[in-house]
Design a protein around this ligand. Sequence first.
Ligand SMILES: Nc1ncnc2c1ncn2[C@@H]1O[C@H](COP(=O)(O)OP(=O)(O)O)[C@@H](O)[C@H]1O
Ligand SMILES: [Mg+2]
Length: 225
Amino acid sequence: MIELKNIVKTYYPQKSTEVKALKGVDLKIEKGEMVAIMGVSGSGKSTLLHILGCLSKPTDGKYFLDGEDMNEAKRKQVYKIRNEKIGFIFQDYGLIEDKSVLENVMYPLAFSKNVKFLKMKKTAQKAIADVGISELARKKASKLSGGQKQRAAAARAIVNDPDIILADEPTAALDSKTADEVMALLKRLNEKGKTIIVVTHDKRIADMCQKTYVITDGCIKEDTQ
Ligand SMILES: Nc1ncnc2c1ncn2[C@@H]1O[C@H](COP(=O)(O)OP(=O)(O)O)[C@@H](O)[C@H]1O
Ligand SMILES: [Mg+2]
């Protein structure tokens, strides 16, 4: 379902400097897999995740998503694919702090045309129930604990029923017990058929996934130990 061929990403923070964040990444991820991507800080993990999530384009190389060449797709088509197929979870949750959980989770639905407010609300409430925080739906994001925030972020990630969930260090800001709960939630989503890609520093988190890839200095390989 996901295939990267020789992906290169070079940043040009200043005219005369270049940062080669990815130096030729080949990667295949099948539907329904749960994989971890590990690597030290600065190794290119977020860059890779952003490319997988169509948030940024590679400098070179090919990205096929369900057989479709994402570099060739028109911008509008990319938005549509991203909205339908991909959900994101970030380390810092990415919630709108002064809005309720329900409003945060409804937010991605506002970009789908022709969906009525009541229907949106129902869909969001179901996603919130799926991550086990129905009783918090009316609470402001700013009033939640870290674990509750990451659950709300997970509800927002699944509200469009995407095939793929991309999580960038989702447990980095959580204590280990709460981290385990969030990982258990991701595992449950994986058991329901979602493809999950988790970027992490934490070997313990990686061990909960079926496969681990390690990025070192812009190159990736599978960790088969
Ligand atoms: N927008 C950017 N502009 C310039 N350099 C960047 C940018 N984003 C990331 N980098 C650089 O690319 C490299 C990889 O970064 P990143 O993908 O964020 O790594 P990781 O998530 O593994 O910590 C680092 O050297 C980082 O400084
Ligand atoms: Mg990162």
